[in-house]
Design a protein around this ligand. Structure first.
Ligand code: ZN
Length: 306
């Protein structure tokens, strides 16, 4: 089997960590995690980066620079994957996603050196005697995926688009204390973020011509066996439902940006709805009506292409 990159897109807190660990429990798959943070580690001012405790960690428990897998990563400045966190660049990518990459490039968008970035990671895996041919990149950011469309790496890219009910997304963002962001966002802004991520993701999904699967968090946790079948068929591997949690808990991972959840044991996988219990009737009514026009964007159905 040739080397492949499994790129996961979707909004944060949609179950991508669980998906990453499920895939990585298979011997053919290496869970890379949010590889976009490798780039941040290498290009940020280290002192500044060290102040973001979560991002500097591999889920083996070590900091990236002490982890046996990631610490030797060689990195050239010219291979740098650009950060996509400014409004002008976001607008270029948005236009590129809607009208086509040519328009983004016309407006000044330049793709990153994805080829050398991923080749570097695959040779690192080889040096560490991992026999896996598939590497997950759960960076999620659709802008990063746009970059992969414009400047494809040497490896085949398989796309998994993961969705989740916007009300659950609201719940996690409002309830979870996120000290690194300092100020809390309002429900309206969180929903707006959810809608724009999915708007761009859907455009990129339609634009991408390779193997792809679109699944919802509900598919993954409520209809796990079928979902794993579908995912297995586009990846040419077989992922068994039986004993899945045990395999996950026994696997050793080196997931970049490894928070506590990425290290702890997974409980039996079941579909959970937490937002209903957590909010007052008034809040529920508000979130229901606010998210109603967009709820169709939460795929809720297994979809496989190619
Ligand atoms: Zn590690």
């Amino acid at each position: 089997m040739q080397n492949k990159i499994i790129y996961i897109i979707g909004a944060g807190h949609s179950g991508s960590t669980l998906l990453d660990r499920i895939l990585g429990s298979h011997s053919e798959v290496f869970s890379g995690g949010e590889l976009v943070y490798l780039d941040k580690w290498k290009t940020f001012d280290l002192d500044q980066f060290k102040r973001l405790p979560g991002f500097t960690k591999c889920n083996c428990g070590e900091r990236l620079w002490d982890c046996p897998v990631w610490s030797p990563l060689s990195y050239k400045e010219e291979n740098r994957i650009k950060s996509r966190f400014n409004a002008v660049e976001n607008a270029r990518i948005g236009i590129g996603a809607i009208l086509g990459p040519y328009f983004a490039q016309f407006l000044g968008y330049r793709a990153s050196e994805n080829r050398s970035f991923y080749n570097g990671i695959f040779s690192l895996m080889k040096e560490n005697s991992y026999s896996s041919r598939l590497l997950t990149d759960s960076s999620k950011d659709p802008r990063r995926f746009f970059d992969l469309i414009v400047a494809p790496p040497d490896q085949e890219v398989v796309l998994i688009y993961l969705t989740r009910d916007p009300r659950e997304y609201l719940y996690t963002h409002l309830k979870k204390s996120r000290p690194i962001y300092k100020k809390r966002k309002t429900a309206f802004l969180i929903l707006l973020e959810w809608v724009s991520i999915h708007f761009v993701s859907r455009r990129l999904w339609a634009r991408f011509g390779g193997s792809k699967a679109r699944i919802s968090y509900k598919d993954l946790t409520d209809d796990t066996a079928n979902t794993l079948n579908e995912l297995g068929s586009i990846l040419n591997i077989s992922i068994q439902r039986e004993g899945l949690e045990k395999r996950i808990n026994e696997s050793k991972y080196h997931i970049v940006n490894g928070n506590h959840m990425k290290r702890s044991d997974v409980r039996p996988i079941t579909f959970e709805v937490r937002w209903k219990k957590a909010f007052s009737p008034l809040q529920r009514a508000m979130f229901n009506s606010l998210s109603f026009p967009f709820r169709w964007m939460d795929g809720r159905s297994l979809y496989r292409a190619k």
